[in-house]
Design a protein around this ligand. Sequence first.
Ligand code: ZN
Length: 271
Amino acid sequence: MTRKILTLMLLVLTASGIMSAQQPTDYPGNYAHAPRFKALLYYSDTAEPDHVIFADQAYDFFWRLTWGEGYILDKTTSLHDYPYERLKDYDVIICINTAPVEEAERKAFEQYMENGGGWVGFHAAGYNDASTKWPWYNKFLGAGTFLCNSWPPQPALLEVNTKNHPVTKNLPDEFVAPRCEWYMWNEPANSRKNVQVLLSLSQKNFPIGIKDVVSFGDFPIVWTNRDYRMIYLNIGHGNDEFTDATQNLLFVNALRWVVSKSPKGDPFLIR
Ligand code: ZN
């Protein structure tokens, strides 16, 4: 055996000895010993079929994130039995494809959000028009009413507008998002000063659509209203929404960020 090989063997043995001598406390993992937070997933199972398909897949996606009892995920198709006293137990409400309907539900939701509640809203959860008659919701959403959409659902290039943000910091500057129906708004979110737009549909997509074509205009897709602990993602139509790793990462980032800002404290921090 040459001296070179002997030296190499000694080095390997020393290195493995160092590895095994490490104490568990040296490892930077932060393991939960109990669920870190509670989420309520609210959805409609009687909405437009493509929005119901998205709801089914969204539940599966968020349920998988609970593995190992990371958090508690409840789901409901009605907020009728969720007065404020019950809602406030949740760190975040995930609105998949609908928004509170009845007057009492709306009041409870307003109280929840005005008192530090957390919200992640997708696509149809933000839809509202002249028949909605809920001015508070527009203030909260940080946008006006539905203006138009592209059709049929198709992939689109999204671009990150705010890079220095926990939701976007590990995303590429732009990526092709899966097939979706892209909503455009009256008074888009980027026209309001309390709103921070995180991602938009790139102008490079124009004209987008085949039946319904959108050719120009501001097209924010993901934003947050700084007056609330909320994020809205205008994504959530059909059965392709969870097929893209980058977009899935965006979804996890959004949930994690809203929860991390809980007034009860950031449940992800080492205590
Ligand atoms: Zn849709």
